[in-house]
Design a protein around this ligand. Structure first.
Ligand code: MN
Length: 225
C-alpha cells in the first residue's frame, strides 16, 4: 500500500475512567431540541418536533480542563450542557460522558432564517467539549439523573435526563435508520433550557449525576491561522 504523502492527522480520542486505554472517536452526532423547555425557549412546539440530527467533525473535540479560545466569526457563543453517549464495538452503548455543545448562536439564527446549513454554527474548531468516558458497565443506562451547567459558579442550566423528549433507545433507533453507527461514535443527546452566552474569561462547568463534570475556561479570541 502506498504511504501517505504527509502524516495523517492524529485520531481524536477521550480518556476512559478507570482504564489506561483511550476511546478513539470516529464521528460526532448531535440531537437537536430534545428537552421541551429548551424547544420552547428557541421558539418551537416541542410536541410537533421529531428528533433531528446534525454533526460536528471529530477533530472539534475538546477535553476537560482545556482553555478554549473565544471562536472567531461570532458575537454570541452559547453553552449547551448535554449527556454524551459513546458507542463501542457492534455500535452498542460503551459508555457515557459529560458534554458541552458549543454553538455560535448568531450564525445558527442566521442559518435558520436563510435556510442554510448549520455547519459553521455548530461544527467549528473546539466546539465539542467532552469529558472522560464512564463505562456503561459501571454506570448502567443513563436514563435519569441531574444535569447542570454553571458559568462562573452561577447555575444557568439545571434539569433531569428523564426530561428528554426522545430517550436514548429512541435516539439510537432514529439515528441508526439514517446512518450506519459504529464503534467510536459519540452522540450528544440535546440540551435542556437555559442556554446562554459565554464570554472571554468565563469558566463553564457541566455536571451530570454519576459522571462528574467538565470544566473549561473561555480564552481570548484567536483568529484561525
Ligand atoms: Mn445541542
Amino acid at each position: 500500500m502506498a504511504d501517505f504523502t504527509f502524516p495523517p492527522p492524529p485520531r481524536p480520542s477521550l480518556p476512559i475512567v478507570g482504564s489506561d486505554h483511550l476511546f478513539p472517536v470516529r464521528r460526532i452526532f448531535c440531537v437537536g431540541r430534545n428537552y421541551r423547555e429548551h424547544a420552547r425557549e428557541m421558539g418551537h412546539d416541542p410536541d410537533r418536533s421529531p428528533p433531528f440530527f446534525f454533526t460536528k467533525p471529530a477533530d472539534a473535540l475538546v477535553r476537560d480542563g482545556v482553555t478554549i479560545p473565544y471562536p472567531p466569526a461570532t458575537g454570541n457563543l452559547h453553552h449547551e450542557a448535554e449527556l454524551v453517549v459513546a458507542l463501542g464495538p457492534g455500535a452498542e452503548v460503551f459508555g457515557f460522558a459529560v458534554g458541552n455543545d458549543l454553538t455560535r448562536r448568531d450564525l445558527q439564527a442566521e442559518a435558520k432564517k436563510l435556510g442554510r446549513p448549520w455547519d459553521m454554527a455548530k461544527g467549528f474548531d473546539q466546539s465539542a467539549v467532552c469529558g472522560p468516558v464512564h463505562l456503561m458497565g459501571k454506570t448502567g443506562p443513563m436514563s435519569a439523573g441531574q444535569i447542570a451547567l454553571t458559568v462562573n459558579s452561577e447555575v444557568r442550566q439545571k434539569a433531569d435526563l428523564a426530561d428528554m423528549i426522545w430517550p436514548l433507545p429512541d435516539i439510537l433507533a432514529a439515528l441508526s435508520g439514517m446512518v450506519k453507527l459504529a464503534a467510536g461514535d459519540l452522540i450528544y443527546t440535546g440540551t435542556p433550557a437555559g442556554v446562554g452566552a459565554l464570554n472571554p474569561g468565563d469558566v463553564c462547568e457541566v455536571s451530570i449525576e454519576g459522571l462528574g463534570s467538565v470544566k473549561n475556561t473561555i480564552g481570548e479570541t484567536v483568529a484561525p491561522s
